[in-house]
Design a binder for this molecule. Structure first.
Ligand code: ARG
Length: 458
């Protein structure tokens, strides 16, 4: 009987209708079609190169595959759930188009090494796109850092005003996180770019294949060393997802700050209208949807990482159907991450910085109290004692509801006679940031130097 499936030879009854639908992956893996065709072309060329196919057969196959690619691109291709997945859909169509030669394409290959190859080609491409978006965002941030190298704002610990910093310096902190993320992606790409083809189902194949030939055509850096591992390894996807989770974590904490700072209470930044929405009831509202949504989307990316880890944790070697479940989490991780980076890279250059508000906030909360303690250390007082004296001065100001720099020299001297007129300069915001003039410090010239170094590595 003809059950019309590429593997139906040993079957006597058709697949249960629901099982057919339940086990099919074509609804989502059709997204791999471009890479499936790319892999098939390289495989056919290799088969011709080693004499398993004639060059005429190989040309037929390549022509057929290119036509199929065109059909898919213009939306004419009819995907069939009965044909299970992207691989069998394309192979069936090839045979339909070019006849029996199409049936030779799968020589020395299995869907197991085929699918592993497809995902790696797909992910390699996506990693490059994601890296580009990341660099675009980094460039936008470095521009902000340079522009705001002298912009003073309060730096926080425990979300309490701590010490004055420059907004440029704060922006560079985000850059450092994203730079590490980009390095993690680059590192992950090295392991993604390994070719499973040739492993066939699990044990390799009896044909005289030339794996380096195929690898070179597909731009892989190396061939997987072990056929069992080649068809079962999904570490590369897990590693990517872990990197994606870290990037989303960074975008989320970044979002949290943008979100707080664009509130009326902080008023440190204004996001452009193009990146905000309004409320259907409250006419005055302008909501920072983009940072909120990115913060929210972080959850699904974390979830996908856990799905993939769990998917792999108890599988005996080699390929198991479980592995079909790697795709949806991976695809959604790629889409979510790419979208989040893109919207951030577009939003940051349009962000308005409310310099006066930032400065006014830095003026509140005794942010230069540490500078006063450092001043006393300069006069010969031990730091712990200086800390205690300044604590008392702050207490005094709290009672009088004034700032430290509003105290008269006479009052200052009542805390310690070592304080002189030069104290007032040390208590200014500018004095405070300028004093932190070392590698990694917040002084404007350090921020500018860091910007130059960063531009170099971008
Ligand atoms: N759709 C399958 C997957 O995504 C392709 C490999 C199927 N291999 C098999 N032996 N059933 O994993």
């Amino acid at each position: 009987m003809d059950i019309d499936k590429p593997w139906s030879g040993r079957f006597t009854a058709p697949t249960d209708a629901f099982v057919e639908d339940f086990t099919a992956s074509v609804r989502f893996d059709h997204r791999l079609s471009e890479y499936d065709i790319m892999g098939s072309i390289a495989h056919a060329q290799m088969l011709a190169h080693v004499g398993v196919l004639t060059s005429a057969e190989c040309s037929h196959i390549i022509e057929g595959l290119n036509d199929i690619q065109a059909e898919i691109l213009c939306g004419d291709f009819k995907w069939s759930v009965a044909l299970e997945d992207v691989h069998m859909n394309i192979e069936s169509r090839l045979t339909q188009k070019i006849g029996v030669v199409g049936k030779k394409l799968h020589t020395g290959r299995s869907r197991n090494d085929q699918v592993a190859t497809d995902i790696r080609l797909y992910l390699r491409h996506e990693i490059d796109l994601i890296s580009t978006e990341l660099t675009r965002l980094l460039t936008a941030l470095v521009d902000v850092a340079e522009r705001e190298a002298d912009t003073i704002m309060p730096g926080f610990t425990h979300l309490q005003s701590a010490q004055p910093i420059t907004f440029g310096h704060h922006t560079l902190a985000w850059c450092e996180m994203l730079l590490r993320d980009r390095a993690r992606l680059e590192d992950c790409r090295k392991r993604v770019n390994t070719m499973p083809l040739g492993a066939a189902a699990l044990a390799g194949t009896s044909y005289p294949i030339d794996r380096p030939f195929t690898a070179q055509r597909l731009g892989f850096d190396r061939c997987a060393e072990n056929s069992l591992d080649a068809v079962s390894d999904r570490d590369f996807a897990i590693e990517f997802s872990a990197t994606a989770a870290i990037i989303m974590m960074h975008l989320s904490l970044f979002s949290e700050e943008l979100f707080l700072w664009s509130s009326a209470q902080f008023n440190f930044i204004m996001l452009s209208d193009a990146f905000c929405t309004g409320s259907s009831i409250m006419p005055q509202k302008k909501n920072p949807d983009v940072p909120e949504l990115v913060r929210g989307k972080t959850g699904r990316v974390y979830g996908h990482l856990l799905s993939l880890l769990t998917l792999m944790k108890a599988q005996p070697l080699a390929y198991n159907k479980d592995n079909q479940e790697d795709k949806e989490p991976l695809f959604d991780t790629v889409d979510t991450l790419k979208g989040s980076l893109r919207v951030f890279a577009d939003m940051i250059p349009n962000m308005q910085v409310q310099r006066d508000s930032m400065r006014a906030a830095a003026q509140r909360g005794f942010t230069t109290a540490t500078d006063l303690a450092d001043y006393l250390v300069g006069k010969g007082i031990a730091f712990r004692d200086a800390h205690e004296i300044v604590g008392k001065a702050v207490r005094y100001c709290l009672d009088k509801e004034c700032d430290l720099d509003a105290l008269s020299l006479e009052v200052f001297k009542s805390f310690t006679p070592l304080i002189d007129n030069d104290v007032y300069e040390r208590l200014t915001l500018e004095g405070s940031i300028k004093a932190r003039d070392h590698l990694g410090g917040t002084a404007p010239n350090q921020v500018r130097a860091a910007v130059q170094r960063l531009r170099h590595s971008l």
